[in-house]
Write a protein that binds this ligand. Structure first.
Ligand code: PHE
Length: 353
């Protein structure tokens, strides 16, 4: 019997030498300790022995089982360590390898202008207000002092959905919405960026869909001085401190008096160039003092309150600022075109002026 034990030990030694992973280790475990394993099999000889021998043999068997288990366990620890090392080696990262270049997008030039204007006005205590793009005739025209049949409606040939609803042709209805919602509460200081729609034939300088930023201030004692100072601040913020503004009399039904506002050409500094068509001035926006009738329409007593409003085309500002000659470039999602505007982010903006 002892011989058998010794052979099993020898065989085990040999088998263990061949083990190189968890699977083969497990096979050896089954081969020796499994139900039909070599060690288990030995114990079937018990029944042929007398009591004394049984005791003796039992001890031997126990020791054998323990020593097989110990050998298997220490080999298991070794294999686990090896496998872990292998895995760590395979997963190690060579930090010196060149990385993959990430494609970084850029902010759309129109959003850039909107954000720049928003930042300025927020810093001056304005709120940013929004209104729906599908607007009622009442808010888009009627309450803005443009009743049906008014000739000034022709200047904003609009997309009507039915008799009452249209795609808004200007951001001015947000003035109405804000005043109505505030019920004679003052001050009102808002700017409203958004999309507007007009039945224009698309070409290099016209688009049936474009963006405006509306501004509105209503309070006691608001004067032309406030309007001029505010527009000057906006012009300086967008085009630099040297830019001057001038007001030309104009007409909008919802402001009285009304003005077109020009800036000195920031390219030639007023000397005259192709950008300003030799005049030294560039027309950029419409503005005026809120018409008393509009105040009245929205529940504000024009004897007590005054206000100013302005509306600026975002595309127009972006085209001037970035010297873009075709408005359609803004809408074609051409990444080559859009990527150029990354450089304006990194502070090169001032150098390019
Ligand atoms: N809503 C006018 C337009 O689209 C612009 C404007 C706004 C003029 C506010 C004066 C005051 O032409």
């Amino acid at each position: 019997m002892n011989e058998k034990v010794e052979t099993i030990k020898k065989e085990l030694e040999n088998s263990l030498k061949k083990v190189n992973d968890m699977k083969s280790l497990n096979d050896v475990r089954v081969e020796y300790l499994g139900k039909k394993g070599k060690v288990t099999e030995l114990s079937t000889h018990m029944k042929d022995l007398d009591n004394n021998q049984k005791k003796e043999f039992g001890k031997i068997l126990n020791n054998l089982r323990k020593s097989v288990e110990n050998s298997l366990e220490s080999l298991k620890v070794k294999i686990e360590e090896e496998e872990l090392n292998k895995r760590l080696e395979a997963e190690s990262i060579d930090v010196t390898l060149p990385g993959n270049k990430l494609h970084v997008g850029s902010i759309h030039p129109l959003n850039k202008i909107i954000k720049e204007v928003e930042d300025l006005f927020i810093s001056m205590g304005y709120d940013v207000a929004e209104g729906p793009e599908i607007e009622t005739d009442l808010y888009n025209f009627e309450l803005l002092n443009l009743p049906a049949g008014h000739p000034a409606r022709d200047a904003q040939d609009s997309f009507y959905i039915n008799d009452e609803l249209l795609l808004r042709s200007q951001t001015s209805p947000v003035q109405i919405r804000t005043m109505l919602a505030n019920k004679e509460k003052t001050p009102i200081r808002i700017i409203c960026p958004g999309k507007v729609y007009r039945k224009d034939n698309d070409d290099a300088t016209h688009s049936h869909e474009f963006h405006q930023i509306e501004g509105l201030v209503v309070d006691k004692d608001i004067s032309m001085n406030h309007l001029k100072g505010t527009l000057e601040a906006m012009a300086h913020h967008l085009f630099g401190e040297d830019v001057q503004i001038r007001f030309r009399p104009s007409y909008f039904p919802f402001t009285e008096p009304s003005f077109e506002v020009d800036l000195t050409c920031f390219k030639c500094e007023g000397k005259g160039c192709s950008m300003c068509k030799g005049t030294g001035w560039i027309e950029v926006l419409g503005a005026g003092m809120v018409h008393p009738q509009v105040l009245k329409n929205c529940g504000y007593d024009p004897e007590k309150y005054t206000g100013f409003a302005f509306g600026v085309g975002v595309e127009r500002i972006a085209m001037l600022k970035y010297e873009i000659s075709d408005i359609r470039d803004f809408y074609t999602n051409n990444t080559k075109f859009l990527e150029q505007f990354n450089k304006f982010e990194s502070g090169e903006e001032n150098e390019s002026k």
